[in-house]
Design a protein around this ligand. Sequence first.
Ligand code: SF4
Length: 546
Amino acid sequence: MAQPDRLLLFGNEAVAHAARNAGVALGTGYPGTPSTEILETFSDLGGKAQWAPNEKVALEVALGASFCGARTLVTMKHVGVNVAADPLFTAAYTGVEGALVLVSADDPGMHSSQNEQDNRYYAVAAGIPMLEPADAQEAYDFTNSAIEISEKWKIPVMLRMTTRVCHSKSVVRPRWLFPPLDPPRYQRNIRERVMIPAYARPAHRRLRAKLAEIEAYSNACACHREYEGSTELGIVTSGVTFLHVREAAPDASILKLGCTHPVPIERIRKFAAKVKRCVVIEEGEPYLATFLRAAGIAVEPKPDMYRFGELNVDRVRRILAGDTSPEPSLPPGKLPELCKGCPYRPVYDILHRLDCIVAGDIGCYTLGVLPPYEAMDTCVCMGASITVGLGMRHVLPPDQARRVVSVIGDSTFVHTGLPGIAEMVYNPPPTGHVVVVLDNGTTAMTGQQEHPGTGRTLDHKPTNQVKIEEVARALGVSRVHVADPTRDPQAFEKLLVDCLNSNELCFVVARHYCILAAPSIREFERRAKQEFDYQCVPGGVEKDGE
Ligand code: SF4
């Protein structure tokens, strides 16, 4: 069927369409707002997409595929890049054979994140090129450019999106298609793929040589756009901030950067020389401004107060006016809360009543920190609940240590909770410990994605299941319980009290489907059973025709 020449797409959808049209052979990732829809759309379009247990695994799987000459796409939210950072830095040395595009979906303003980190610095630290689209069309085009750069220089490339780009729609004209690649095949290249020191040292030099070439490409790249305007004011910008700048300062000269690592210094130097005042307007950290000032280019950075939160047209006007007066505060919104009927509610009731010290984690259950429960004492990052709880148990006096409980969700447990259980078994605190896995059968917070514990793949088809309680038993936890906290809350409370008093290593799986996901999960199970029954009929095809 002929492709439409114009599509109305979200930025995330545009990346998926571009990847599909470019013949990306494998998309991997871990769900995380604002990146989640990229892989879901890629799968809906017929691409091979899979959720990994965490971002490090996703990147490593894609890297393996790219070593064999495949084009690959890896998606994650900004904090996911922290998890993937270990292989990322070495992948820059090993390079790739096909293509590897890493989408980092950053969240300025922390709409659904625990921090506001600016992942442009990852591109610099790891030594990989980075492109920053401003809208869905650019998300499409820059995905293509990222594949092109990755293939040409055999290097992973970061496509840095932000929440507004991921979740805003614009018209996309699918521009061009890549010629199909040869089928993947493995070609031995030990010196470039095995990073022992003797091979890593020349690899680092190769990487720097590639980056020097890519900087020359970036200086001449058509991905940058220059708008001629007043010579009184020039603005250097990138990403979605460009749209705010256009509206706030329609008369200014603007240099909108597409590739922001390597920074196209000479291009910017020429632009800055044409205007009397050159201001860098960027969301997040003063990444570009610092680079340019270090290169001796006289640019004005934004005042420090605008490092925080998203930019918008009003804020850009204020930056240009040098206005650092306090900003009007936003009207207080309604605090989020656990859904009515959420299976976490009775657990938090009990934890609150028992006055537990709760080391918490990332997921819907983080809402247990808010009134009326206020039953969470720490929350750091994915998987940290178990290890932070263990640290508390090691140093608190026994009467307080026995109040410490680590609370984690099912998806998060598989993501990075598992090494915490290994640590617990290996270095048990004197009072033991209690880990509660809130197993609601889905990755609820990001929109009900599957994970290895659900036993279904990204497109909800049945696959092997990682059974959480069996993993805990296999790792050597002495007491493992599975209970439904909604069925008999009193019995669940009694179980928790017993565990807290026991001085043993206790692992409690509190299992009950997320109330919003339950209908879909039952439907997936029904379909899986139907498929199973069909396969069990001798000569199954006939049954279909009966
Ligand atoms: S989405 Fe599901 S897990 Fe999350 S608060 Fe609502 S019911 Fe609970």
